[in-house]
Write a protein that binds this ligand. Structure first.
Ligand code: CO
Length: 140
């Protein structure tokens, strides 16, 4: 497994990206709206992983709720897995609380599913399966 990305809740991805871009020399390679999750995301590659800046597109977005409760900051860690359904089944059999029993489509057309922080020591974990088969799963 690899860390696919680290998700960061922001009040606006353009503003949030500027420190990474201007001070750290990183680049935004993809910006995308993921309507199913009511977010807009910007991806900044770092090594074989990425930072995912998240902005809510609606008041009932999970990111709006997170920001209201905790303010901007690290929202989730995404692990890239080979077979997301098998991983979900393993987690379930070991008693983990799943937010998504079935994978759904996330950024870059990947299959994603979230595991509840109550099962993972307070960390929201996103599982990601790259169904496109492209390293880094760029949007095509
Ligand atoms: Co994510």
């Amino acid at each position: 497994m690899k860390i696919d990305h680290i998700g960061i809740a922001t009040n606006g991805i353009e503003n949030a990206a500027s420190i990474y871009r201007d001070a750290l020399g990183m680049h935004v390679t993809e910006t995308e709206e993921v309507s199913g999750q009511k977010v807009r995301v910007a991806m900044l590659p770092i090594g074989e992983s990425r930072l995912e800046l998240l902005e809510a597109t609606s008041d009932d977005s999970p990111i709006s709720k997170f920001l209201a409760k905790r303010g901007p900051g690290i929202h989730h860690i995404a692990l890239r897995v080979e077979d997301i359904r098998a991983t979900l089944a393993d987690l379930k059999s070991k008693g983990a609380r799943l937010i998504d029993e079935e994978p759904r489509t996330g950024a870059g057309g990947c299959l994603v599913a979230f595991v509840h922080p109550s099962s993972t020591g307070g960390v929201l974990i996103e599982l990601v399966e790259n169904v496109g088969g492209i390293p880094g799963h760029e949007i095509t």
